[in-house]
Design a protein around this ligand. Sequence first.
Ligand SMILES: [Zn+2]
Length: 54
Amino acid sequence: MKVVCPVCNRLFEAECTPYTTDYNNVKYYFDTEICMLAFLRDPENFIFKCKKSQ
Ligand SMILES: [Zn+2]
């Protein structure tokens, strides 16, 4: 399954990453630990960015 990292917008395979988190019952995938930590620090910032680009 191809997913987009919500932090850096890079496309990658969800099966290839150990970095996932659930937020508001939505599962998010991250390509790196750095991206996951950035998301966890300020989730609303990145979720808002996703909604805006749709
Ligand atoms: Zn990323």
